[in-house]
Write a protein that binds this ligand. Structure first.
Ligand code: C2O
Ligand code: CU
Ligand code: CU
Length: 419
């Protein structure tokens, strides 16, 4: 069902300061002056025009991660907004409800720009969602997780050569915040908005969460889990029932490296929400027309990152894909021994425009939480992930890349042309 009308938004791209660590002012790069950027909420089928005024002092752009949008609005890495100029992105929102996000995609600069703050939520409310009775309104909370390294003055340190040394974990732009919750169910939309980190999340008390959605929206059915692994760019939505605890209970959300945020159960509330046994039916996959192999590898000697032994070249089209087709891609992370170090490096893989279903990992069935449509998938050293992607309505050039953005920034990115 298409709702008539268009929503308009206007945001500046600008430097600002924010309080991440208590009492300390940190310079950041923002959309709309806010760290993290303002959450945009739209409805399925209702178009949004989002204008960005670039006041950053240098060029930048905006990519809608998970969005099925025309090529001119995709935030292609070379399609930049000059300083002092504006651009209006056209987002049709003709896609199922999902937790998307918007972030910078400036060629070579994406890792630093995102790290310094150019990231925010873009939530598409599906036409099928209201009737499900999931927690909504104030009980539907997006949480952007990320990491950072600070200097002594509270400035963000960006070192692309050492992305693993970012010990401060943040939720919605604060270091280890607490969040007062009612004793009832909440829908939490978790996004790993880090440039590089892999989060491995669990509740400090060991309790289960109910996963209801992955990158591109609702799963076919809820999946109880006590651990969520999210690589950069991935999303998972969970329902947590704080009604299971006495008032005054504190529940932490923890990464393997330490606590991320704390929920304080502080008041009673009526709860008519529920998690139905069936969430969103999965349409059967059409027969695939192509199979492609892609191999990811780092080249530490030349400080490059490669797909099929080539670094990104905007003047080279790596593959042509037929509009409306469905293809199987086999993506291998060959980095089991980077530069002879004996160490492997994880990668992940993200496709613009296309959404995919994971078929298998090294021939084994995907995890239950991966049963829905995804756009980003973690690939461990030596692992091969097979997925089937469907290519939507638009023509033109779109990129795919490792979403560990220090890797895409040095070439682990390719482009397809939809014809
Ligand atoms: Cu979230 Cu091409 O990126
Ligand atoms: Cu994307
Ligand atoms: Cu990578």
């Amino acid at each position: 069902a298409t709702l008539p009308g268009i929503d308009f938004y206007r945001l500046s791209i600008q430097p600002s300061t924010t309080e991440i660590l208590p009492g300390v002012s940190t310079p950041v790069l923002t959309y709309g002056g806010q760290f993290t950027a303002p959450t945009i909420r739209v409805r399925q089928g209702r178009r949004a025009l989002v204008t960005f005024d670039n006041k950053l002092g240098h060029e930048a752009n905006v990519h809608l991660h998970g969005g099925r949008v025309p090529a001119a609005s995709d935030g292609y890495p070379m399609d930049l907004i000059a300083n002092g100029k504006s651009k209006t992105y056209d987002y049709p929102n003709n896609q199922a409800g999902a937790t998307l996000w918007y972030h910078d995609h400036t060629h070579h600069m994406e890792a630093e720009h995102v790290y310094r703050g150019m990231h925010g939520f873009y939530l598409v409310e599906g036409t099928d969602e209201q009737q499900l009775g999931l927690p909504s309104g104030a009980y539907d909370v997006p949480i952007l997780l990320r990491d950072a390294l600070f200097d002594d003055q509270g400035g963000l340190v960006f070192d692309p050569a050492d992305p693993y040394n970012r010990p401060t974990l943040m939720a919605n732009g604060k270091s280890q915040p607490y969040f007062k919750v009612a004793a009832r169910k909440y829908r939490l939309r978790l996004l790993n908005g880090s440039a590089h980190r892999i989060f491995e999340l669990s509740l400090g008390n060991g309790a289960q969460m109910t996963q209801i959605a992955t990158d591109c929206g609702l799963l076919p059915a809820p999946v109880p889990t006590n651990k969520l692994v999210l690589s950069s760019g991935e999303r998972a939505e969970v329902v947590i029932d704080f009604g299971a605890y006495p008032l005054g209970t504190q529940v932490t959300l923890e990464d393997v490296s330490g606590p991320v945020l704390r929920f304080d159960v502080e008041r009673r509330a009526l709860d008519r929400s529920r998690v139905p046994d069936r969430l969103r039916a999965m349409v059967p996959l059409a027969a695939a027309t192509q199979t492609r192999q892609l191999t990811l590898s780092l080249d530490p000697v030349n400080i490059q990152a490669l797909i099929n032994n080539q670094a990104f070249d905007p003047n080279r089209v790596d593959m042509q894909v037929r509009r409306g087709s469905s293809e199987v891609w086999e993506v291998t992370n060959s980095d089991t021994n980077v530069g002879g170090s004996g160490f492997g490096v994880p990668h992940n893989f993200h496709t613009h425009l296309a959404q995919f279903r994971i078929l298998d990992r090294d021939g084994k069935a995907p995890l239950p939480g991966e049963a829905g449509w995804k756009d980003t998938v973690l690939i461990q050293p030596g692992e091969t992930v097979r997925f089937q992607a469907s290519f939507a309505d638009y023509l033109g050039r779109y990129v795919y890349h490792c979403h560990m953005l220090e890797h895409s920034a040095i070439g682990m990115m390719g482009q397809m042309e939809i014809v």
